[in-house]
Ligand binder design. Structure first.
Ligand code: ADP
Ligand code: MG
Length: 700
C-alpha cells in the first residue's frame, strides 16, 4: 500500500498539464488524484437510446442522433459561426460552432454517417445543437463505452476552456488505470457484511463506469451510506464528548417547589407530550453533564409550562434560573404569565429589558448577586456583563432563531461551569434535518396540542374577492373579535412594500371607519415607543384591527384575536406563513387564516398555499418547506456539512441516512475509542476526516 499515491497533485495526471490543473483546482476544488476520484457524477445519460430529429422535443437535453452532414457554411454577423445542415431519415436540423471552426472544417466529412450527441436548442420551429460531440458511426460501434454515461459537475468556465464532460471522462479512465490498486476499503468489515455493501473499489469503479443499472444502484448506495456514516460518526462523537467532558451542574433532587406546584397548582392537566418532555429534561438535569437541549413545539403547544417546571427544579437545588426572549413584548408576556403561575409559590421573579430604569436595575443586580432573586426574565439585556448571578444553574432561551451562537455562548460564562441550557423554538425543524444537524444538541418534541383547541381554518382567496373578506372581518369584529392584517416586507423591495402597506392601511381605514372601528398600525420604520404603544392598544382591545408588517411574527399573544389575513401570501415562505398563522387560535374561539393572493402564482407558491390550507401540523409544513427550499435556508445547516454532501441527499436518501445514523451512533456507543480491531479502519478514517475537514479527503 502506498498511502501517498492518491495525494499526488492533479498536475501529474496524464492529459492534465498546468493549465488544466489550475482550472480544475479553481473551478472544482480538485487538487489531487484523490479529489478527482471523488468527483461524483450528477447524473447518467442513457447512451443506448437514439433519437430521430422528428422525435425531438423542445426541452430535450443530451440526445444522440444518427445522420449525415449535407452542407457546411460560415455565417457572418454578430458572432461568426460555422453552421452545418444535419439530416436523418425524417428531418433536418443545424449543428453550430462558435469556436474551433477551422478544426471542424478540416475534419468533418460530408455525407458520411455520424452519431452526434449534445443538448438541443429550439428556435422558430427549428432545432439546433451547439458544439455537438461527433463520432463516425463505424467508430461509435467499435468504441467501448458503458451504456450509462456519467455527467460530471462542471462550470461554464471549464467547458469554455475545453474541459468538457468527455475530457473529464477520459481523465477518469486514465486515473483509474493507475490508481486501481491504491483504492482501499474505508468501512469496517462487520458493517459491510451486515449491509451487504459493495466494496469500496468496486463502488468507485461503478460510480464512474457503471456496467449495469443494478451495479450503479449498489455503488450509489454504498457511497451515500459511507458519506452519511462518517458525518453521523462525527456528530455522535461530538455528542458523546459533550456528555462526558463538559461538566455541568447536576440537579439531583426534585424538591418542594416542583412537587408543590406539580401536585397542587398546575392550572391544567399536562398533555402526554408535555409530561414526556419534562421527564427527558429531568433526566438530563440529574446527570453531571451540562444539559443542552432543544425543545421544539408548535405555537400553542405549551412550552412555557415546561420551562417553568424546569426552572423550579433548578430552584429546588439551590440554583437560579433565567428565561431569555427575543423581544421586549415577549419578555413582558412571559414575566406576567410566570408571575401569575408562581403566585402560590415563594419565588422571586424579576424582569430585565432595555427599558428597565437604571435605579431598578441597580437593585436587581444586587438581588441577583446576593441570591435573593430566583428567576430573571428578559431580553438579551440579560447577556450584559454587568448582569451577574450568584449561582445560575439553568438558562431557558425562547425562540432560538433570533439569537446567534455567540450570544448563547455568553450565557455559558455566567457561572463557573456552563449552566444547563434549554432552547425552545416554535419553528419546527424537520425531523429529517434535526437528525442530521443537531448531533450535539438533544432534541425534545411536543407534538400534541392541549385538548379542546380548535384548529385554525385556513383558506386561500384571490384579491378579487376582497369585498367578501371585508364582510367576514366585519362579522368577526361584531362578535367582539380582533383581526390581524399582515403585509410582506422584503428588503429588496422595501420601498414598494411600504407603499403597499400604506395603500392597504388607507383602504382599510376607508372601509372600517372611526369611531366604530379603531385600527392599529405597526411597522419597522416606526420608533420603538410608538410601536409599543400601538401594540398595547391592540393587546388591551382598544383597537380591533392590527395592520402590520411581519414584526408581529414572534410570539405575541392576544387570545382574542381570531383572524389573520395575510396579504400577498404568495410572497411569504412556508415557515413564515405558519408562524404568522400561529398568532391566532390562542383563545377559545374558532380562528381563521385567510391567505390573499393575486391570480398569478408560481408552482411553488401554489404548493405553499395548498400546504397551508391542508394542514396545521408544523412538522409536516417544515418537511414540505425543506423539499421546496432545500436545506440551505434552514438554520443550523451551514455548520453541519449537510450542504456539502457530494453524493447523498438528505431528503431523497433519507432511508439510507437513517441506517447510517444508527450504525454510526452504535459504533460510538459500543467502542468510543475505536479500540476494537474491526474498528481500526474507522479510527483511521475518522482521524483523516478531522484532519482534512472533509469526509472524502482521507487517504483511501
Ligand atoms: P407556546 O408553546 O407557543 O409557548 P404556551 O406555553 O404559550 O405555548 O401555551 C399556549 C397556551 O396554552 C397558554 O395559554 C397555556 O396556558 C395553555 N396550555 C399549555 N399547556 C396546556 C395544557 N396541557 N392544557 C391546557 N392548556 C394549556
Ligand atoms: Mg411561547
Amino acid at each position: 500500500m502506498n498511502p501517498t499515491f492518491l495525494q499526488t497533485p492533479i498536475d501529474y495526471l496524464k492529459g492534465v498539464g498546468p493549465n488544466r490543473a489550475d482550472l480544475l483546482r479553481a473551478e472544482l476544488g480538485i487538487h489531487t488524484y484523490q479529489d478527482l476520484i471523488h468527483l461524483f457524477p450528477n447524473r447518467y445519460i442513457d447512451r443506448t437510446r437514439y433519437y430521430t430529429i422528428s422525435e425531438l422535443e423542445r426541452n430535450s437535453s443530451d440526445v444522440q442522433i444518427v445522420g449525415k452532414v449535407t452542407s457546411l457554411k460560415m455565417v457572418e454577423g454578430k458572432g461568426k459561426r460555422l453552421v452545418a445542415t444535419f439530416k436523418d431519415d425524417g428531418g433536418t436540423m443545424e449543428l453550430v460552432w462558435f469556436r474551433g471552426q477551422k478544426w471542424i472544417k478540416e475534419r468533418l466529412k460530408l455525407n458520411t454517417v455520424y452519431v452526434i450527441f449534445g443538448k438541443t436548442n429550439y428556435y422558430n420551429g427549428n432545432y439546433s445543437m451547439p458544439h455537438p460531440e461527433m463520432e463516425l458511426l463505424e467508430d461509435h460501434k467499435k468504441s467501448l463505452r458503458s451504456a450509462m454515461q456519467p455527467v460530471y459537475p462542471s462550470t461554464e468556465k471549464l467547458s469554455n476552456k475545453g474541459i468538457t464532460n468527455k475530457v473529464v471522462n477520459v481523465l477518469m479512465q486514465t486515473l483509474f488505470l493507475e490508481a486501481k490498486s491504491h483504492l482501499h476499503e474505508s468501512l469496517s468489515k462487520p458493517i459491510i457484511e451486515a449491509l451487504k455493501l459493495m466494496p469500496k473499489r468496486e463502488a468507485l469503479l461503478n460510480i464512474h463506469f457503471p456496467q449495469s443499472q443494478s451495479d450503479l444502484a449498489k455503488a450509489q448506495y454504498r457511497l451515500k451510506f459511507e458519506e452519511f456514516f462518517y458525518i453521523q460518526l462525527q456528530l455522535a462523537f461530538k455528542n458523546r464528548t459533550h456528555k462526558t467532558k463538559i461538566k455541568g451542574y447536576s440537579f439531583e433532587k426534585v424538591g418542594p417547589l416542583f412537587n408543590d406546584f406539580y401536585k397542587q397548582h398546575l392550572p391544567f392537566d399536562l398533555t402526554d407530550a408535555q409530561k414526556r418532555v419534562i421527564k427527558e429534561i429531568r433526566r438530563d438535569l440529574g446527570t453531571h453533564a451540562q444539559m443542552s437541549r432543544l425543545l421544539q413545539g408548535d405555537v400553542g403547544s405549551g412550552k412555557t409550562i415546561v420551562a417553568l417546571l424546569s426552572m423550579l427544579i433548578a430552584l429546588d437545588n439551590g440554583f437560579q434560573a433565567c428565561l431569555m426572549a427575543p423581544t421586549e413584548i415577549l419578555s413582558v408576556q412571559h414575566y406576567n404569565g410566570l408571575i401569575e403561575l408562581c403566585k402560590p409559590l415563594k419565588t422571586s421573579i424579576s424582569l430585565l429589558t432595555g427599558s428597565t430604569k437604571a435605579s431598578d436595575r441597580k437593585i436587581l443586580h444586587e438581588k441577583l448577586e446576593n441570591g435573593e432573586l430566583d428567576i430573571l426574565i428578559g431580553t438579551h439585556a440579560l447577556l450584559e456583563d454587568k448582569v451577574k448571578f450568584k449561582n445560575l444553574g439553568l438558562a431557558v432561551i425562547d425562540e432560538q432563531h433570533r439569537f446567534g451562537v455567540k450570544q448563547r455562548s455568553k450565557l455559558w460564562h455566567k457561572n463557573e461551569f456552563p449552566p444547563n441550557v434549554l432552547v425552545m423554538t416554535a419553528t419546527p425543524i424537520p425531523r429529517t434535518l434535526a437528525m442530521t444537524v443537531y448531533g450535539d444538541l438533544d432534541v425534545s418534541i411536543i407534538d400534541e396540542l392541549p385538548p379542546g383547541r380548535k384548529s385554525i381554518k385556513t383558506v386561500h382567496r384571490y384579491d378579487a374577492n376582497r369585498l367578501k373578506v371585508f364582510a367576514f372581518i366585519r362579522d368577526e369584529i361584531k362578535k367582539g373579535r380582533q383581526v390581524y392584517i399582515v403585509y410582506p416586507l422584503i428588503q429588496e423591495s422595501e420601498a414598494m412594500d411600504y407603499k403597499d402597506l400604506m395603500d392597504g392601511y388607507e383602504s382599510i381605514s376607508r372601509e372600517f371607519q372611526q369611531p366604530e372601528y379603531q385600527i392599529s398600525i405597526v411597522h419597522g420604520k416606526m420608533k420603538a415607543a410608538d410601536k409599543e404603544y400601538e401594540m398595547q392598544r391592540f393587546i388591551k382591545g382598544e383597537t380591533q384591527i392590527m395592520v402590520a408588517t411581519t414584526v408581529i411574527e414572534v410570539g405575541v399573544n392576544v387570545p382574542n384575536a381570531s383572524m389573520m389575513i395575510i396579504e400577498s401570501a404568495e410572497r411569504f415562505g412556508l415557515s413564515q406563513l405558519h408562524q404568522l398563522r400561529g398568532r391566532v387560535g390562542r383563545g377559545a374561539e374558532q380562528s381563521y387564516c385567510i391567505l390573499m393572493t393575486s391570480f398569478k402564482l408560481s408552482s411553488d407558491s401554489k404548493t405553499r398555499l395548498e400546504t397551508m390550507t391542508r394542514t396545521n401540523d408544523g412538522f409536516e409544513i417544515a418537511e414540505v418547506d425543506l423539499k421546496l427550499r432545500g436545506p440551505g435556508d434552514i438554520m443550523g445547516t451551514q455548520q453541519s456539512g449537510v450542504l456539502n454532501l457530494k453524493i447523498g441527499d438528505i431528503i431523497r436518501d433519507n432511508d439510507i441516512l437513517k441506517v447510517a445514523r444508527s450504525y454510526a451512533w452504535g459504533v460510538v456507543k459500543d467502542d468510543p475509542a475505536f479500540a476494537k480491531a474491526e474498528n481500526q479502519i474507522i479510527r483511521f478514517m475518522y482521524a483523516q476526516m478531522v484532519k482534512f475537514k472533509n469526509i472524502w479527503s482521507y487517504i483511501s
